[in-house]
Design a protein around this ligand. Structure first.
Ligand code: ADP
Ligand code: ZN
Ligand code: MG
Length: 511
């Protein structure tokens, strides 16, 4: 029996609006003392009236367009009735039959530029807006019988995104969520940080048997009752919980106990297991009905404006980085996964173009686009990141502006400085913001162009290392590389490696 996982996700994204979904309270409850940002509306006092936050509607529409959804002409809010201590009104204002949008699709590339690269698409069933609940605080060391309620979060705007059951592995689920998070950041609608609850995910999973003839049309839409896993608050836990469920459900299948009813389970991150919870309500238990205090929204006029406001999205930017700058696919991805770094790289590229012209005028070796791509990925992606992490800095706190970065890369390109010393210069630039030519002069880190001195260093390296010379005589070519290293040491990194090697070989030939 061959089993295949069928996975669909329900994702909540907290929207970064100034105020809450239905009142004017500030929308940043998680950084404040409890119960500061509250009012009669978001605490559910009788007789209060909700007001729709237009900004939240715009953000919902923006996400919809980014996910290729069809935005409704008319959309309305509904009451979803249930009791829980974190829900002051006894119902949540949500959307039932007329959500903001439906029928979207997101295509994801896995393992880009690596082995196992492939693409898959996930249907977006719908996107609707709703309000978040309050937060319950179960105080540790308390009597275990009482909890506190913080209403700051109550009424925070949420976009709920529901996918089709199109995902086929935990790996796909994780990749999908990561791309979704990035899209939220590109849109500027949410920081979508899972650890901070700004992106929350429930994962639905069932198994099904792959038939002998998988091309059979009927089979492709046949699913079995699903299990919903709640409380997933990191990408890692989404992946682990799904892996655990696959194992658990596979065992049930093999034991002949195929799950036959819908189930809800929680994820226990410490124990690494899912645990049975109450069985799932279906929508009739919520007694949805139209929210009588809010008129339906006519979105036809906003649609035009919002559809044109969608910025360049991560995938389009990656393609552009590959085409426009000639970056390797995996490098383009690494850049675009970090919007700040991608912006920085774009500025460095544009400054490099200016430098490329000056190199040409000076009659140096042409700084081609291919060369520029290599320099930027090597120095911005790898070396700069390395220096930043050594000094616990980031792009905001470090001091190298794109113009200086491009100048340094041009110096490397022109062999005015060795790689080793360029790294020292970069470190100084990161800390002080001084431009590279000045650092080079002050610290005397320029490349040696004195051939006689270089030859002297080569002779010294040969004299000091008879063992390496012997190895070289015995045909060990790596011995030369060792000697180049020695020349570097003697010249304190200022020898141009290619030139040093040439002279070493000349000198060795004379022996
Ligand atoms: P419910 O009414 O229980 O919320 P929905 O049909 O609205 O169920 O689907 C909720 C989520 O569960 C969606 O993301 C959907 O893709 C996923 N889903 C639905 N059926 C299955 C199934 N058989 N196996 C796995 N996931 C499923
Ligand atoms: Zn309020
Ligand atoms: Mg549902």
């Amino acid at each position: 029996m061959k089993l295949e996982p069928v996975i669909g996700l329900e994702i909540h994204v907290q929207l970064k609006t100034e105020s809450k979904m239905f009142c004017s309270c500030p929308n940043h409850g998680d950084i404040e003392a409890p119960n500061i940002n509250i009012c009669p509306t978001c605490t559910g006092q009788p007789g209060t009236m909700p007001n729709i936050n237009a900004k939240a509607v715009e953000m919902g529409m923006l996400i919809s367009y980014a996910l290729g959804g069809e935005v409704a002409g008319v959309s309305k809010f509904d009451r979803k009735n249930y009791f829980y201590p974190d829900l002051p009104k006894g119902y949540q204002i949500s959307q039932f039959d007329l959500p903001i949008s439906q029928h979207g699709k997101l295509t994801i590339r896995l393992n880009e530029g690596r082995e196992g690269e492939r693409e898959f698409s996930v249907g977006i069933t719908r996107l609707h807006l709703e309000e978040d609940a309050a937060k319950l605080l179960h105080i540790e060391g308390g009597d275990g019988k009482s909890s506190l309620v913080d209403f700051n979060r109550a009424g925070t705007p949420l976009a709920e995104i529901v996918t089709e059951p199109d995902l086929r592995s935990p790996e796909e689920a994780k990749a999908f969520l990561q791309e979704l998070r990035l899209i939220m950041r590109y849109l500027g609608v949410s920081d979508a940080d899972m650890e901070r609850g700004q992106l929350r995910c429930d994962a639905n999973i069932s198994l099904r048997e792959i038939p002998d003839d998988p091309k059979n049309e009927n089979w492709s839409t046949q699913f079995n009752p699903k299990t919903e896993i709640k409380n997933l608050n990191s990408f890692r836990s989404v992946e682990r919980a799904l892996e655990f469920e696959i194992k658990r459900q596979t065992k049930l299948w093999l034991d002949g106990q195929i799950p036959s009813i819908l189930a809800t389970r929680g994820w226990d991150d410490t124990r690494g297991v899912t645990v049975e919870q109450r069985t799932k309500e279906d929508s009739s238990d919520y007694r949805y009905f139209p929210e009588p205090d809010l008129p339906p929204m006519d979105l036809t006029e906003m649609r035009d404006r919002l559809s044109r406001m969608v910025p360049e999205l991560p995938e389009a930017r990656r393609r552009r980085f590959i085409e426009q700058y000639g970056l390797a696919r995996s490098d383009a991805r690494t850049f675009c996964d970090q919007p700040d770094l991608a912006n920085y790289a774009e500025q460095v590229f544009s400054e490099l173009e200016v430098w490329a012209k000056s190199v040409q005028t000076a009659g140096g070796q042409e700084l081609t686009p291919e060369r520029a791509a290599k320099l930027v990925s090597g120095w911005v992606l790898t070396k700069l990141n390395g220096v930043l992490s050594t000094h616990k800095l980031d792009l905001e706190t470090m001091k190298v502006d794109p113009e200086n970065m491009a100048e340094l890369l041009t110096m490397v390109h022109n062999n005015q400085v060795t790689g080793t010393n360029a790294l020292l210069i970069l470190e100084e630039m990161v800390l002080t913001g001084i431009d590279p030519s000045q650092v080079m002069k002050e610290k005397n880190l320029g490349q040696m162009d004195d051939i006689d001195a270089l030859r002297e260093a080569a002779q010294q390296a040969i004299a000091n290392n008879p063992k390496a010379v012997e190895d070289w005589r015995g045909g060990k070519t790596t011995a030369v590389q060792f000697l180049v290293g020695q020349v570097m040491k003697i010249t304190r990194g200022k020898a141009p490696p290619e030139e040093a090697r040439r002279i070493l070989e000349e000198e060795l030939g004379k022996l």
